[in-house]
Design a protein around this ligand. Structure first.
Ligand code: NAD
Length: 257
């Protein structure tokens, strides 16, 4: 019997900062479906907002984890294991690049900016997946968040496009590594949504209006459309799907103009 019921499942979610965070929309949907949420938030700066928001959930544990340091990630998963034992779901909804690297010419990206963006936005998936997989039950699922700039040029998205291309490649390689353990991993390539992260991208407004004017559905996506796709990917309903990048972008990616 295939079902969207996640009762008894434990989901570790990275990436809630405020009420607009995609990770928050996903957490609400997973929790409604019965999953316990373990929210790994970045630092003190977002702690109050994450604490307030997640108090709405029926069952939640908060753990601080800045993914830029390996020891933080290891400590975070050790704590989770102590409190919850094994887990079932991992959500990676993290990205960061310096503001100056999200505008102007891509070719002007310097070494440090490249390393920061790729480290936080792409390497972090490898690091948290390695730690999570050790304590994942069979039929575990992992999801991460991408954008179509991994495939085509979106001026202004710059080094983050490179990070998303790396991320999508990681999804395929991790799918092959963890498939024999019956653990699946997929990415959602979402259309533009107003969040803390998207608003600093120069050219974001143009990306949003291009989607609403030219996508087959002639509108922008909603946070909830991403969250319900995440719910499908975290449930048995998608048991045959791994290594995939699912576009939730009102169809924009199929257009040639
Ligand atoms: P957001 O700003 O709400 O989320 C980004 C999260 O990354 C924040 O919670 C932040 O605390 C976390 N983060 C950054 N550096 C970190 C670090 N060192 N350690 C731990 N956490 C760290 O914005 P969002 O739009 O919800 O972004 C979530 C994901 O969705 C990102 O991967 C983003 O690229 C992707 N995405 C967003 C859009 C969009 O238009 N908003 C579209 C496609 C994909």
């Amino acid at each position: 019997m295939y079902t969207l019921d996640l009762s008894g499942k434990k989901a570790v979610v990275f990436g809630i900062a405020n009420q607009r965070s995609i990770a928050w929309s996903i957490s609400k949907r997973l929790n409604e479906a019965g999953a316990t949420i373990i929210s790994a938030y970045q630092n003190e700066r977002v702690k109050d907002s994450v604490t307030k928001l997640t108090s709405e959930l029926s069952d939640v544990t908060l753990i601080e984890c800045d993914v830029s340091k390996e020891e933080n990630v290891e400590k975070c998963f050790n704590e989770i294991q102590k409190i919850h034992g094994n887990i079932d779901i991992l959500v990676h909804s993290i990205a960061f690049a310096q503001k100056e690297d999200l505008g102007g010419r891509f070719v002007d990206t310097d070494r440090e900016g490249f390393q920061i963006a790729l480290d936080i936005s792409a390497y972090s998936l490898i690091s948290i997946t390695r730690n999570a997989a050790k304590m994942m039950n069979e039929k575990g699922t992992i999801i991460t968040m991408s954008f179509m700039a991994a495939e085509k040029v979106f001026p202004g998205y710059n080094v983050m496009s490179t990070a998303k291309a790396a991320l999508e490649n990681e999804v395929r390689q991790i799918a092959n590594d963890l498939g024999p353990d019956n653990i699946r991993i997929n990415a959602i390539s979402a259309g533009p949504l107003d969040t803390l992260s998207s608003r600093v991208i120069s050219g974001y407004r143009d990306m949003k209006s291009a989607h609403s004017e030219r996508a087959p559905l002639r509108r922008n996506i909603t946070h909830d459309e991403v969250a319900t796709t995440a719910l499908y990917l975290c449930s048995d309903m998608s048991s045959g799907v791994t290594g995939e990048v699912i576009h939730v972008d009102t169809g924009y990616h199929v257009m040639g103009i």
